[in-house]
Design a binder for this molecule. Structure first.
Ligand SMILES: C[S@@+](CC[C@H](N)C(=O)[O-])C[C@H]1O[C@@H](n2cnc3c(N)ncnc32)[C@H](O)[C@@H]1O
Length: 320
């Protein structure tokens, strides 16, 4: 079994992709958001270190072979501040990962981030990340690629993310390949519940909202194979059978959660459905005492598990 150190663990989407290979154990997980920790600990045996990562000393972390982390991307995403490493709120978090891999030199470092990481600040941000990995001993042993979940994970979500895999040993690097595209035969009809009633609170009913919003939704939402979004003054129709990229701002209230037309009316996706749209398995559990806003945020912040799993499987083959 390979020992995994999970940083910025969130609700464990990357952890799950690695654990599903059945060749890994998560020996250490760090995450400082208590609500995410609650969801994580409901699903995994590992007890989460819930301190701010800045407070964790390298020698407090047990031995591990693989470091995984989708470090916070607000400073890199188009939707975020576009400040990169100048953003003193979150921009330094990659360097917290570096602090640990520089000293411990794990056999694999796996990083996940928004696609925009590559082009951010004319490519400077990305260059710094690669440069730091190279200086830590991973030079010429790094593979990275942008993968869209609907092309690589058989999940009907348009979610492009960059995956960076760095190897300490040349032979491992040479044996590793990013996964190939696979057909999308999964559908939103299989992922979401179109035919039975969910909690009434998720439906858009006449008289429930100000103005003529519900009428506009009813007029525009004519296709039950499509996911829609309310955009302040108009209804956005997405590509057929594709969920738009789920984001943490779904948890900010308003009308940020994508919408579907079901037999029981127009409604937003439930938090559990957002986890399913990230490829989480049916037996993944959500705490019953957390507000929907927290759960939507957790789903939006997470990853598409089957894409992670396909990369993790290839990593396992390379390490063997
Ligand atoms: C993009 S999310 C990662 C989500 C994760 N990959 C998943 O599948 O759920 C980044 C996570 O980093 C956590 N985080 C941000 N700053 C942190 C810090 N200083 N120390 C520990 N965790 C932090 C956030 O709470 C958030 O859950």
């Amino acid at each position: 079994m390979y020992k995994v150190c999970s940083l910025f663990a969130g609700v464990g989407g990357i952890d799950l992709g690695f654990l599903e290979t059945k060749q890994c154990d998560v020996v250490y997980a760090n995450e400082f958001d208590p609500y995410a920790v609650k969801t994580y600990e409901l699903n995994f045996d590992t007890k989460v270190d819930n301190r701010d990562i800045h407070q964790v000393k390298v020698d407090e972390i047990p031995d591990f072979d693989i470091m995984i982390g989708g470090f916070p991307c607000t400073s890199f995403s188009v939707a975020g501040y576009r400040k990169g490493f100048d953003d003193d709120r979150t921009g330094d978090l990659f360097f917290e990962m570096e602090r640990i891999f520089k000293e411990r030199k794990p056999r694999v470092v796996f990083l996940e981030n928004v696609k925009n990481l590559v082009g951010h600040n004319q490519g400077q941000t990305f260059k710094v990340i690669i440069d730091r990995l190279e200086k830590a001993g991973y030079k010429d042993k790094i593979k990275c690629q942008v993968l869209n979940a609907c092309e690589y994970g058989n999940i009907p979500q348009n979610r492009e993310r960059i995956y960076i895999v760095a190897f300490r040993d040349k032979e491992d690097f040479e044996r590793f390949e990013m996964p190939m595209p696979i057909p999308l035969d999964n559908t939103i009809k299989k992922v979401f519940n179109f035919t039975s009633m969910v909690d009434e609170k998720y439906y858009y009913r006449n008289g429930k909202y100000k103005g003529n919003m519900v009428e506009m939704l009813e007029e525009a939402m004519d296709d039950d194979n499509t996911v829609y979004q309310w955009r302040r003054k108009y209804v956005r129709k997405n590509q057929s059978n594709l969920v738009p990229t789920l984001t943490a701002n779904m948890g900010e209230g308003g009308h940020n959660v994508p919408l579907i037309k079901t037999s029981y009316g127009i409604r937003k996706l439930t938090p559990m459905e957002c986890f399913y749209a990230q490829g989480y398995p049916k037996d993944y559990k959500l705490p019953t005492d957390l507000a929907d806003s927290k759960l939507y945020k957790q789903a939006g912040n997470s990853v598409v598990v089957p894409v992670i799993n396909r990369i993790a499987e290839n990593i396992m083959k390379a390490l063997r």
